[in-house]
Write a protein that binds this ligand. Structure first.
Ligand code: NAD
Length: 339
């Protein structure tokens, strides 16, 4: 099996190479993301292995199929960047990596929330300058606050459990599928509009679908609780970033922690510290004292990277052996919520 691995970073190379000791596939690590301009690099390969910001639209998939690729292997859970209808028409199989480590993302979510709420990131930069003053660092307890969890699948379920059982929050949840184990510990499923209006803290764990795009828009932000704290480690586009800036400028929000951003493709995962970035929305977001951002890092643990590498290569082995693919994505079978 010849595998073209797009958008490779150092950690991908390390963990895929380690896992490949058990498979002996021919791995070709490419720095570039998959796009209409780079798709021809996969010519002659059996598999294109891609990540969250690679483009796998119809045009790209046609180029892959024409060049001999038979399998697109996503080394991530979300697949909003793949045109599954086109893949099916072209006879391309698509596999993903669901639930590789919900702990990695849920723990990072709680970490972001605590850092933002208790201003730990700001305190650290002060202390490094020998500034030990505490003015401006007053935070709030999580205990007793109302937290709204949108999407209680693998990741959101762990976050809801942690907030409820660990921190003693009142937890509201919104998901078309009710998790009875969460209900048993006191999580209350409510209508999404009620959650968005009543929560002091909102954390997003739903997939990006047409229904969840700009789920948090100007009207939601206008009617949310004053000093709302918003956390997003799902995908960027469930939040309307321009509306978010307006709400921040109007001082309506307590704080925002983002690991994802709707226009992150072409920016995140790269060192642009010496570049001028044209995205004014991103640059404005980074100026607010009550915004904390990371560059799509929530998945990045040794355990998750090991699981991603091993399961991706196992899917490729099953494909090469003509076996059924456990994590295959099919357009018809796509649950509206699958992330
Ligand atoms: P999952 O499929 O286990 O859970 C998603 C849940 O969202 C499901 O319970 C589903 O019913 C629910 N849902 C679907 N549509 C909804 C809607 N309109 N409103 C409310 N809930 C809805 O997925 P997961 O593994 O928990 O991942 C959740 C999200 O996290 C995905 O978008 C994924 O892409 C993202 N993610 C981000 C990172 C990161 O590094 N930041 C890593 C992994 C996953």
């Amino acid at each position: 099996m010849r595998i073209a691995i797009f958008g490779t970073r150092k950690y991908d190379r390390q963990f895929l190479t380690q896992a490949n000791a058990a498979y002996g596939f021919d791995l070709d690590f490419l720095d570039v993301a998959l796009s209409p301009t780079s798709a021809q690099l996969a010519r002659g390969f059996d598999v294109a292995c891609i990540f969250v910001n690679d483009i796998a639209n119809r045009q790209v998939l046609e180029m892959l199929a024409e060049g001999g690729v038979g399998l697109v292997a996503l080394r991530c859970a979300g697949y909003n960047n793949v045109d599954l209808v086109a893949a099916e028409t072209l006879g391309l199989a698509v596999v993903r990596m669901p639930g590789y480590s919900p702990h990695a993302v849920s723990e990072f979510t709680i970490g972001l929330l605590l850092a933002l709420d208790r201003k730990i990131h700001r305190a650290w930069s002060r202390v490094r300058e020998n500034n030990f003053a505490l003015d401006g660092l007053v935070g709030r307890n999580l205990h007793g606050r109302v937290a709204g969890v949108v999407g209680t699948g693998q990741i959101g379920g762990l976050v809801a459990r942690s907030l409820r059982a660990g921190f003693g929050c009142e937890v509201l949840a919104s998901d078309p599928v009710v998790d009875e184990a969460l209900v048993a510990i006191g999580v209350r499923y409510v209508e999404r509009e009620d959650l968005l209006r009543e929560a002091d803290i909102i954390t997003l764990h739903c997939p990006l679908t047409p229904e969840t795009r700009h789920l948090i828009d100007g009207s939601v932000l206008a009617t949310a609780r004053p000093d709302l704290v918003l956390v997003n480690t799902s995908r960027g586009a469930p939040i309307d970033s321009a509306a978010l800036i307006e709400a921040l400028k109007a001082r309506r929000l307590g704080g925002v922690a983002l690991d994802v951003y709707e226009q992150e493709a072409g920016i995140f995962f790269d060192d642009l510290s010496s570049e001028i970035i044209d995205d004014d929305i991103l640059q404005r977001l980074l100026t607010f004292p009550n915004v904390l951002m990371t560059g799509h890092q929530a998945f990045l643990t040794e355990e998750a990277l090991t699981a991603i590498a091993e399961t991706t290569l196992e899917s490729i082995r099953a494909y090469s052996a003509g076996e059924p693919l456990c994590h295959q994505l099919r357009h018809q079978a796509t649950r509206p919520g699958a992330g």
